[in-house]
Design a protein around this ligand. Structure first.
Ligand code: ZN
Length: 175
């Protein structure tokens, strides 16, 4: 896979493991767990942005704080992903547009849900592969690409266990 982003390292295709427990983070307790890689924090069974602002509030200043690596950062570090969008037959002149759309869409998803991330984006042969940390994000991104471009047919298929990776195929019908 020829990488597009410098941060998107080579992926291990073996054993991408589904993190169904990603939203239940052990060790949360009554306090906060702040991710030491990306600064999101876990509090009352979910992940949030902007730990500094949260801690700065007077009513939160006595909460115990721990540091750990959040499930999304851990997945990316392990080169795992839950969803993959494979975009086929992309006209040469639209390739950058497709890549930019995927990046922007994942950035927005991250703002809505701190565990929704782009894990890697790159070329597999002539296809564009977008790997993400949540399978629903792959489905939504597939639909977004379909809506954004004319003459696009999409197909969604789920890979059977052990991977449980949602694989969404988006195919351009005309070059
Ligand atoms: Zn993190």
């Amino acid at each position: 896979m020829a990488e597009i982003k410098k941060t998107a390292k080579r992926l291990n295709f073996k054993n991408p493991r589904l993190r169904r427990d990603a939203h239940e983070f052990p060790g949360g307790g009554k306090g906060l767990v702040i991710c030491e890689k990306c600064d999101i924090f876990y509090y009352q069974k979910s992940w949030h942005h902007n730990a500094d602002a949260f801690i700065a509030k007077r009513e939160n200043k006595d909460l115990p704080v721990k540091f750990a690596v959040c499930p999304a950062c851990q997945m990316i570090k392990n080169r795992q992903y839950e969803g993959e969008v494979i975009i086929r037959n992309v006209p040469e002149k639209l390739k950058n547009e497709v890549i930019n759309l995927a990046n922007a869409y994942c950035d927005r998803a991250f703002l809505k849900d701190p565990l929704d991330r782009l894990a890697a984006i790159g070329f597999v042969g002539s296809d564009i592969s977008v790997r993400v940390t949540e399978n629903q994000l792959a489905n939504k991104l597939g639909k977004k690409i379909k809506d954004a471009f004319n003459k696009v047919k999409t197909k969604t298929s789920f890979q059977k266990s052990p991977g449980d990776v949602a694989r969404v195929i988006v195919e351009f019908l005309e070059k």
